[in-house]
Design a protein around this ligand. Structure first.
Ligand code: NDP
Length: 472
């Protein structure tokens, strides 16, 4: 019995067990899904000398690289040129009165760049020493993965299969497309209807509008981006309307029918809209269908996401999961951080923990949103006494360039501790600026720290260190 062994004998026993395990298993870690989280976990584990496999059925780099963050940001850049062309006149430039867009060039250049990134991911996996399987992997039981008709035994299986767009079923829903297809359209439509009020809906409404498509954003609720600071989301709505997006709040689609010229969209307010494209951006669901998790003790929530503990372990000790498939925070950098924590748990000191508070995030709508910490609504609910500082001004570009854009910045301070507990910005470069604010909030910066920081002039960001007047 182990209780009768001294520590040396115990170490021997441990050693023998490890030897036995490494003979028993083909891999220490078998990662299913080569997205941001899966690839990071695979590379980190391989760098620790573990025998690692990664299986991917679709594209290397996952949603973010292929049909998410990266191509989306390229499209955002593309959609911003008309305003820049307009502004350039005040700076002495002449551009044609009607600059034209070749959607085919934009789409194909984007695809070429994504293929370049796919290659980089391939090299990263290769160079790490992990084996890459090009095929759909399924779980056949604890410690058992099958891919391309072969079974592999793994000490640990990591499910990093991400999410997939969700489109509700209703009459004609088969005519709607998701963000996946937006990246590969044959042509841009003249008119588009975008459905939803979250990240993807507002981002694509801005892209389509900027690319010259008459854009209608249809949202069932009263406020876009409802989980963000209300003052900020109202500014975004006003900014989007000023740029030409037609926003229909408290509105739903009853039916879509195909017509000889495109699609007819029947709304619940008895009106119809004609459009060349209907994009549903109504959330994403965990990619677990047919994965074989039911052959193990792992548990899935009602929405299909995998239930894990603080160490990303499922109810089956051989199966872990992270990233969008666990339905915590669907953001690439969060999946990457989760992967680092997991590898530390499995193969390191096991001390790393993920902190889901104060995650900085940006929505690349137009105007752009950057935010970290609590919204004013959350702060009022959680804190007794807060101070709110708001600054609203015209970006400097407009002095010569014209245009209607504004920048709004907001700090929320807990008066009891002077700590800044919320930091928000709507306007140009908000994502870039808020990343640094994220470090400040993580470090527990107080309003006094902000006030003692020297500004960078002339910049929009300097407003964050020069706000002195409380708005509320
Ligand atoms: P979100 O969860 O952000 O928004 C979904 C929207 O769809 C909500 O407004 C929701 O309305 C609405 N909706 C849901 N079901 C229906 C329905 N049956 N009929 C009509 N409307 C419906 O999801 P997204 O698809 O926009 O994005 C998915 C995730 O991807 C985001 O949560 C985010 O984490 C990530 N992402 C991050 C980006 C970034 O970092 N910049 C960019 C893009 C995506 P309601 O509010 O009423 O429920």
């Amino acid at each position: 019995m182990a209780g009768h062994l001294n520590s040396e004998q115990l170490n021997h026993e441990q050693l023998n067990k490890e030897q036995l395990d490494s003979e028993q298993y083909d891999y220490d870690l078998f990662v299913i899904g080569a997205g941001s989280g899966g690839v990071r976990a695979a590379r980190m584990a391989a760098s620790k000398g573990k025998k690692v496999a990664v299986a991917e059925e679709r594209y290397l780099g996952g949603t973010c690289v292929n049909v998410g963050c990266v191509p989306k940001k390229l499209f955002v850049y593309a959609s911003q040129f008309p305003e820049l062309f307009h502004a350039s006149a005040g700076y002495g430039w002449s551009v044609p009165a009607q600059p034209t867009l070749s959607w085919a060039i934009l789409r194909d250049n984007k695809t070429a760049e994504i293929e370049r990134l796919n290659g980089i991911y391939n090299n990263l996996i290769d160079n790490s020493g992990a084996d890459l399987f090009d095929g759909r992997a399924t779980i056949a039981g604890p410690h058992l993965v099958t891919v391309n008709d072969k079974a592999y035994r793994a000490r640990t299986i990591l499910v990093a299969t991400g999410g997939w767009p969700y489109i509700p079923e209703f009459p004609g829903s088969e005519h709607a497309i998701s963000s996946n297809e937006m990246f590969f359209l044959d042509d841009l439509p003249k008119t588009a209807v975008v459905v939803g009020g979250g990240y993807i809906a507002v981002e694509f409404a801005g892209i389509l509008n900027g690319l010259g498509v008459e854009t209608h954003l249809v949202y069932r609720g009263p406020n876009l981006l409802k989980s963000f600071d209300r003052e900020m989301s109202d500014k975004i709505k006003d900014g989007m309307v000023a740029k030409g997006v037609n926003i229909h709040l408290n509105t739903e689609i009853n039916e879509i029918t195909k017509t000889s010229t495109g699609l007819s969209v029947a709304l619940n307010n008895q009106s119809d809209m004609q459009a060349g494209l209907v994009l549903y951006a109504t959330g994403r669901q965990a990619n677990t269908a047919g994965l074989g998790l039911e052959t193990t003790a792992a548990v899935m929530a009602k929405n299909g996401s995998v239930v894990v503990d603080d160490n990303f372990c499922t109810a089956d000790p051989s199966i872990y999961a992270l990233g969008d498939v666990i339905d915590r925070v669907q953001l690439t950098p969060v999946a990457i951080q989760e992967a680092m924590v997991l590898v530390d748990h499995l193969y390191g000191e096991g001390l790393a923990r993920i902190d889901y508070s104060d995650i900085p995030t940006a929505v690349f709508c137009q105007p752009e949103l950057g935010t970290v910490g609590l919204s004013e609504e959350q702060a009022r609910a959680e804190y007794q006494d807060i101070a709110v500082y708001v600054s609203d001004f015209k970006p400097m570009l407009q002095t010569l360039g014209g245009g209607a854009d504004r920048i709004t910045m907001k700090l929320i301070v807990d008066n009891a501790t002077d700590k800044v507990i919320g930091c928000h910005m709507v306007g140009e470069h908000a994502a870039e600026i808020i990343q640094g604010m994220g470090i400040a909030l993580k470090a527990g910066a107080t309003k006094a720290h902000f006030d003692a920081t020297v500004g960078i002039h002339p910049s929009a960001a300097e407003e964050f260190v020069t706000m002195r007047e409380k708005a509320r």
